[in-house]
Design a protein around this ligand. Sequence first.
Ligand SMILES: [Fe+2]
Length: 289
Amino acid sequence: MNLHPVVIAFFDEPTNTFSYIVKDPESEACAVVDSVMEIDYASGRTDLSGADKIIEYIRDNGWRLEWIIETHVHADHLSAAPYIQEKLGGKLGIGDQITLVQETFAKVFNEGTDFARDGSQFDRLFADGDTYTIGSMTAFALHTPGHTPACMTHVIGDASFVGDTLFMPDGGTARADFPGGDAKTLYRSIGRVLSLPDDMRLFMCHDYLPNGRPAAWETTVGDERAANIHVREGIGEQEFVSMRQARDATLGMPKLILPSLQVNMRAGHLPPPEDNGQVFLKVPLNTLS
Ligand SMILES: [Fe+2]
């Protein structure tokens, strides 16, 4: 907790997603957490201008990118990780349960044997408690499943990147009804995050501007414990699970779930082009509900 990394947030408005640069205060080393490649699904056009801003920021400051971290396989936006890696280098990491997500969605998209389900598209698969370094900083990965099986919270000094385990106190928590998701598991994972020190800074992956307030991305363990509308102190597991399940039953699929999963289960790479050189994404009919 004596370590206080520099954190810079970037907000992708169309998907309400935050990407972060987290930098070692003692060196030029940094990491990028949860980058975004935009897509206009109607026209099939992708846009990397948001990722370019992150790349520019790192270049302009003369920083060195060591890691590109995905907190999980996102279902609501496409990752720009391979693009950033191509421009700046760095190793790409995700939770080792990615293999479960790949198994599940390889079936949904009827992938052939050329789609590896062993996570080998990534440079590093983190198991619970694994550590890695960003310059002089030691980071550790905390397995926090429930939203998806592969969700990890990355703890770097006094800064934790919680992915979709938690939202800001007035936003509550992420849904737990995707394949492999589970509300009880999510509650227990949130318990792990909220057992970190009270003044631990927590950085959100999403904010949906509840009650029309401006976007917010940073809170603390203490504030979440005191005020989170879904999991503040005093809300028990059963109460949370009933609330989460009732709420999830009312939610439609995220707008970009089909393109997101096809790309993100490949570590952000597009599917291979067909024989005319064109890349396609599939829309499986009547599969997700
Ligand atoms: Fe997510």
